[in-house]
Design a protein around this ligand. Structure first.
Ligand code: ZN
Length: 807
């Protein structure tokens, strides 16, 4: 790879070199003058001279940084056994058994007190109406795209992008904090907007390689697949804290326990909506890959607001069909207590186990999938969810993560579809200590912050521990393979412990553990970076390959053994039928059904904020496409091409827009689609991050290829999730108190139940499809309102410098 980075490329030559795969013409939408935006920008471009889009007045000054550091040093250190302080006392718990939890939960949700508080934002565009309009406009302005782009008949050929509109419901709610403090909240709802602009970038390049849907499914935090990962107590504790946060935030009190890292973890009642949406979206993604759907008719039970976005080539018009199902709170199968180890796997998979004499794998793990079914299922999916999950241990929230999303997804895939093996490939800047810890638990050991015996939903009698604390490994078998910066959280100097450094450096492929950790290295140019990639980083792919190969081999051996025994049994039965009552029929081994999951964090990007990425260790934007393409190749070898990628970290607008763009170029079924290095250039980043500002307006007369393209990309991206177009200093506020806010033009509309409800102008603009796709009109700035430090000197933990607090 002979890509020279930054230094030799003048702005002009890059603009000239910028190529879209299809020349893109401006769409017909009206343009507005560009105006200044007060948003705080987390992206830092290497060359500050072109970084003129930043509002310097709102960045954090040295003095403030020092002040913050001084304050953070005064914060008392955590107690070492902080895990126990997170959990309700056991006696408390025992009053409420597992079925009781579900009842408790439903009861709480029905409490009229919470009805108004938990009502989702009116800005949620469930059916992606605004997006479909914008996409149609884009296509009709560019009829050559319809003519020239390849089309795909089957979903199996398209990459599914799943948005989770409820994810933006999780936002910071401490209204008393300073603006400076707010600027240090990295994990914001607006990350979704930057991600959407990254998605839109890929869609404009290859419009028909992707299918975009919203998942409006909401699933219970007490679902069995959540409780298998997190035990009984943590979901309950989290749920209660969210509900209680309403009163606490209104009283200007801290809503999370004092001994938590209060700078990273925040909650509001609406965090419940986000979590339920995340769990529902995870399920939607797994369903999209494995659900056996009828050959005719549209998917209707998965909570998918589905769209067919390919316009009919003959008419040249965008045919946009939508079908959606209502959002529902699934109570799922949480009262079901299928438990433990191999028996559960056998139950889940016996039905699909092949008894064919050749014992071939392919016939086995596709047993339930006819060719037509396979074509209807997607193979590749990218899931846009937040908060992220990979730091979350079974019973400890950490580093913005409340629940471990990927492990929940794997558990759901196992429970529902008998997926027995999964390789997690984690490319976030930070080590996914939570995901790895849960792998130790799956291998039969006690997790560092894992479930205690009384916390577990499995019966320890069925799978007791030996004298050294190990028991049989349980299904699904999960391998964890991570590439990360060993200097960053959780092993940041000053916070690092012997244990967490060891954890983030563990390499083992035995004792039911399949864990491989590789540390990122510094680089000066892309040649050097790709030398690291080819010699060191590729180890995580090789080890994942080894893990899946071993599992496949083991299955094959067990299956051969089974088939031999079965043949023997059948022979005995036919020759000596009188013995049939005494002979035990051999049981088939658990079916081999593998999956690859990517923990897709983009905070290792060259465009991440240095406050997040403090050690100068990063990856070029092209890495995301190269690596992803290699994962897809691995999946074709190992998992019938099945890969689900979940959004983890990535906090600056620049890192997210370009990282997601590059990742999605790699996440197609087509290894001929190559990433063009000019797509990750500073000029492109500079344009895309403008689109992440609340008050963005398109260029009136875009002249260069980049600005014409960026106009279209940003319009598309912003249309995907209007509910995350928020000011960077957005703070959650109780809706019932919002009604009389200044600057909110309110009208009344009749809702489905025939009642009047108040709708603000912003919502009306989105919902009024006849009004075209005009930009959202913003309420007046809430500048500095309620953001001052409290007079009583009560200050909350700040994490400006020490992004994560000592555990
Ligand atoms: Zn991270």
């Amino acid at each position: 790879m002979s890509v020279s980075r930054h230094e030799n490329d003048s702005e002009e030559s890059l603009i000239e070199a910028f190529e879209t795969t299809l020349s893109i013409r401006p769409s017909t939408t009206d343009y507005y003058d560009e105006i200044n935006d007060i948003s705080i920008d987390h992206t830092v471009l290497p060359d500050t001279t072109i970084n003129d889009t930043r509002d310097l007045s709102s960045t954090v000054g040295i003095e403030e940084l020092e002040e913050n550091e001084r304050i953070s040093e005064q914060i008392p250190k955590f107690k070492t056994k902080r895990r126990y302080s997170l959990l309700p006392r056991i006696t408390e718990f025992k009053k409420i058994g597992s079925p009781g939890l579900e009842e408790y939960y439903i009861q709480q949700k029905l409490d009229p007190k919470y009805d108004e508080i938990l009502r989702p934002s009116l800005l949620i565009d469930e059916k992606l109406i605004k997006y479909h309009h914008t996409f149609s406009d884009f296509i009709s302005s560019n009829p050559h795209i319809s003519r020239e782009s390849p089309r795909f008949q089957f979903d199996s050929e398209k990459t599914l992008v799943i948005l989770s509109p409820y994810s933006s419901e999780h936002s910071f709610g401490r209204k008393w904090v300073t603006k400076t403090y707010l600027s240090t909240i990295f994990e914001r709802p607006q990350r979704l907007l930057a991600t959407c602009i990254g998605v839109a970038s890929a869609i404009t390049m290859y419009p028909f390689y992707y299918k975009l849907i919203n998942s409006t499914k909401r699933s219970s935090i007490f679902s069995s697949h959540v409780r298998k990962i997190h035990g009984r107590n943590w979901p309950k504790k989290l749920f209660e804290l969210c509900l209680e946060s309403h009163e606490k935030l209104n009283n200007d009190e801290l809503e999370v326990p004092q001994d938590w890292n209060t700078g990273d973890i925040y909650l509001t009642p609406k965090t419940i909506n986000a979590i339920e949406g995340v769990i529902g979206t995870i399920e939607t993604a797994v369903d999209a890959l494995f659900k056996v759907t009828p050959i005719t008719g549209t998917t209707s039970t998965t909570g998918i607001a589905e769209t067919v976005q390919a316009p009919a080539p003959a008419s040249g018009k965008a045919a946009t069909a939508t079908a959606s199902s209502t959002s529902s709170t699934s109570s799922s199968s949480s009262t079901k207590t299928t438990t433990t180890t191999t028996t559960a796997a056998t139950t889940a998979t016996t039905a699909t186990t092949s008894t064919s004499s050749n014992g071939s794998l392919s016939s086995n793990y596709n047993e339930n999938n006819t060719t037509s079914h396979r074509r209807k299922n997607h193979n590749l999916a990218f899931v846009v969810i937040r908060p992220p999950g990979h730091h979350s241990h079974a019973c400890l929230p950490s580093g913005f993560c409340l629940l471990n999303n990927v492990q929940i997804g794997i558990e759901y895939a196992f429970e529902k579809y008998g997926v027995t093996h999964c390789a997690i490939l984690d490319i976030d800047l930070h080590h996914g200590d939570g995901s790895q810890d849960i792998c130790w638990e799956r291998a039969g050991f006690t997790g560092d912050y894992g479930q205690q015996e009384e916390d577990e939903i499995i019966d320890p009698k069925l799978n007791p521990r030996d004298d050294y604390g190990k028991r049989f490994a349980t299904y699904p078998k999960v391998g964890y393979f991570s590439l990360h910066d060993i200097k960053s959280y959780p092993t940041e100097l000053g916070f690092a412990t012997k244990e967490n450094i060891r954890n983030a450096s563990t390499c083992i492929m035995d004792h039911d553990l399949n864990i491989w950790n590789v540390h990122l290295q510094a680089w000066n140019n892309e040649d050097e970076f790709y030398k690291h990639y080819q010699t060191k980083y590729v180890a995580i792919l090789n080890r994942a390959n080894q893990f899946l190969n071993n599992c496949k081999k083991q299955y094959e051996e067990e299956n051969q053994e089974y088939l031999a025994q079965l043949a023997k049994y059948n022979k005995m039965i036919s020759t000596k039928p009188h013995l049939s009552a005494e002979l035990e029929k051999p049981t088939p081994p658990p079916c081999y059904k593998p999956l690859i999951i990517i923990s897709a964090g983009f905070d290792a990007s060259e465009y991440e904020n240095p406050q997040m990425q403090r050690h100068g260790i990063n990856v070029p934007t092209s890495f995301y496409s190269t690596f992803t393409q290699d994962v897809v190749k691995l999946a074709k070898l190992q998992t019938n091409g099945k890969v689900i990628s979940f959004l983890e970290g990535g906090y600056s607008d620049g890192a997210l827009t370009t990282g997601v763009f590059s990742h999605l170029i790699g996440l197609t079924n087509d290894d001929g689609l190559l990433w063009n290095h000019t797509w990750g250039s500073e000029q492109v980043v500079k344009e895309l991050i403008k689109g992440c500002k609340k008050n963005w307006t398109p260029y009136k007369n875009p002249k260069t290829d980049i600005t014409i393209w960026a106009n279209e990309v940003i319009k598309l991206g912003r249309s995907m999730m209007p509910n995350c177009i928020l000011p960077a200093n957005y703070i959650y506020k109780d809706q019932s108190q919002e009604n009389n806010r200044e600057g909110m033009v309110r009208t009344q509309e009749i809702d489905r139940d025939g009642k009047f409800r108040v709708v603000n102008k912003m919502v009306k603009d989105i919902m009024d499809t006849k009004g075209g796709i005009g930009i959202l009109e913003s309420p007046k700035s809430r500048k500095d309102e309620g953001l001052n430090d409290r007079a009583d000197g009560h200050r909350v933990t700040r994490h400006t410098r020490s992004y994560y607090k000592r555990v």
